[in-house]
Design a protein around this ligand. Structure first.
Ligand code: SAM
Length: 292
């Protein structure tokens, strides 16, 4: 199991052990086309990683971990936390900050968080972005059309578990050969001059679930992707695709029909769907599709 401290939406920590279980031993490189925080690649012991994501902000964060030691990342975060007067209950304890129900630490941090967010949107300092991801609502990484980070304050601060995850995730980026690109998944360069001992890993936005990056994912993108994967299969490449065929009563018929030609591992999951009015049990059918 590998967790990242930024808990990027759609990251594969929850199913990473299932993914590692299908990863063949003799793979010489992983080409992760929708890498996000690249939890699967970093959880593997494969040395050569080719990480691609259209979103430069998430790959900047990955690079920040790759190029820095965990102690320095944590020290820099603590310095920014102190500079802006954010809570730091790891050192201060929780007593000074009695929490009202559902609010967590948000009311203590709101003003300082907004100042930090304004400053980050001016200077785009990556260490500040890391602190914003820790203190931001649900650790979301979201920018508006003007390329401004626009997530509101969240409920937690830099607690021990997030410090531990920072160390663990940072360590996982070390001693690797990593190439990062920011292409659309259809770019030829991603599929050129790749040895057949490599493996492709695809974890695209999902047609039937919600995340900020899913907004731009339509049936057209889905069909283009499935064509690319079929072509890789025809050329003798191995691939892994993770996706969701059923979630919250929605079904991805297109994917369901297409995946019948390959090997499919189902991971069924139940989760509590809670809103202010009612609570009900949702279920999801997450799939890992391979051609080997
Ligand atoms: C489900 S997330 C991947 C999460 C990742 N597996 C992890 O562990 O964090 C899907 C990713 O696809 C990226 N994406 C969306 N559209 C894309 C496109 N057209 N080309 C390349 N990447 C894209 C998003 O920015 C997002 O990071």
């Amino acid at each position: 199991m590998l967790y990242s401290p930024i808990n990027y939406q759609g990251n594969k920590s929850r199913i990473v052990d299932h993914l590692l279980a299908v990863l063949p031993q003799n793979v010489t490189s992983i080409h992760e086309i929708f890498c996000g925080s690249a939890v699967f690649s970093f959880a593997s012991n494969v040395h050569n990683l080719f990480l691609n994501d259209i979103n430069t902000h998430i790959t900047d964060v990955v690079r920040y971990f790759q190029n820095n030691e965990a102690d320095d990342i944590i020290d820099q975060a603590d310095a920014i936390i102190a500079q802006y007067g954010l809570t730091n209950t790891f050192y201060e304890g929780k007593e000074p900050y009695p929490e009202k129900k559902h609010e967590g630490l948000s009311r203590y941090n709101k003003e300082a968080f907004n100042r930090l967010r304004n400053d980050y949107n001016t200077d785009k300092d990556i260490a500040k972005l890391f602190v914003l991801l820790i203190y931001g609502f649900n650790h979301y990484l979201r920018f508006n059309a003007k390329d401004e980070f626009n997530v509101p304050v969240g409920k937690v601060d830099f607690v021990k578990t997030l410090r531990d995850k920072t160390r663990e995730y940072c360590q996982a980026t070390k001693n690797r050969e990593i190439t990062i690109t920011n292409y659309d998944f259809r770019r030829d360069e991603l599929y050129r001059d790749v040895e057949t001992s490599a493996i492709y890993y695809f974890d695209p936005p999902y047609l039937i679930t919600q995340a900020p990056y899913n907004l731009f994912w339509t049936e057209k993108e889905e069909i283009d992707l499935l064509h690319i994967i079929d072509a890789l299969n025809d050329s003798g490449y191995r691939f892994i695709l993770s996706n969701v065929v059923e979630s919250n009563g929605k079904h991805n018929d297109l994917l369901d029909r297409w995946m019948q030609q390959y090997n499919v591992k189902h991971i069924y999951r139940q989760y509590l769907n809670a809103n202010y009015r009612k609570k009900n049990l949702g279920h999801a059918d997450e799939v890992i599709i391979t051609n080997f």
